[in-house]
Design a protein around this ligand. Structure first.
Ligand SMILES: [Zn+2]
Length: 227
């Protein structure tokens, strides 16, 4: 399913930024929604189960009909929805650490892998193998109104990336203040930024300022030497 335009109600919210710069895999875009919460407590971009479903719909992971069904199921069982949301956020942060470790060339922690395995097993009953041409394709039960169904596309995406050669091209943005992840698809593996229009340009502006201020600093230093 291709990403679509974010529903109007979330277009102006910070999480909509994660559609502007896809990480190259649904699971990485999902990890990138954690930026707000990692920057400051209370800055969670997906603060409820409903917002999680909105995001998944906008990312093309859930169809509109299923998203509506899941929103209705959440309203009918708010406590269960809150628990599922909590698990989703814990899963996201575990995946973030797993992919960051890989980007550094380290092995992920056993606890984080166990968290992922647990969510993989939990949603396994919702997995569907559809037959397309000469091979099968894993999808999920799009008719399910089980709250856990929301997470299945993310879990499936992570399972695919973790076992693919593309994993070796997973990177964390070069900005020290940005935790966004992406798959570097450039031929020579030279992509540094989650997005040129934000972190890339910020870096250019900083370097430009540094270059402009460097001669002044040197002049100042020379004056100081003479006194
Ligand atoms: Zn960035």
């Amino acid at each position: 399913m291709q990403p679509q335009t974010a529903p109007k109600r979330i277009q102006t919210r910070p999480c909509a930024e994660t559609f502007r710069c896809p990480g190259g895999a649904l699971c990485l875009d999902f990890c990138n929604t954690g930026q707000g919460a990692r920057d400051r407590p209370g800055g969670e971009w997906l603060a409820t189960y409903g917002e999680l479903v909105d995001w998944l719909e906008a990312a093309g992971a859930l169809g509109a009909e299923q998203a509506k069904r899941l929103q209705r199921a959440a309203l009918a069982a708010p406590e269960a929805a809150a628990r599922t949301w909590r698990r989703a956020i814990d899963l996201r942060e575990a995946l973030q650490r797993v992919f960051e470790a890989r980007a550094r060339g380290s092995a992920p922690s056993g606890d984080d892998i166990a968290r992922f395995e647990s969510e993989y097993a939990r949603g396994a009953a919702l997995a569907r193998l559809s037959w397309a041409g000469e091979h099968g394709e894993w999808t999920h039960d799009a008719a399910s109104s089980d709250l856990v169904a929301a997470l299945r596309p993310v879990v499936q995406s992570a399972a695919e990336l973790l076992t693919s050669e593309r994993l070796s091209r997973t990177r964390r943005c070069g900005s020290p203040t940005c935790s966004w992840l992406f798959v570097d698809e450039t031929r020579n593996g030279s992509r540094r930024w989650c997005e040129m229009a934000s972190c890339g340009n910020l870096h250019k502006v900083r370097r430009h300022r540094e270059r402009k201020s460097a001669p002044a600093a040197r002049r100042k230093g020379a004056r100081a030497d003479r006194t």
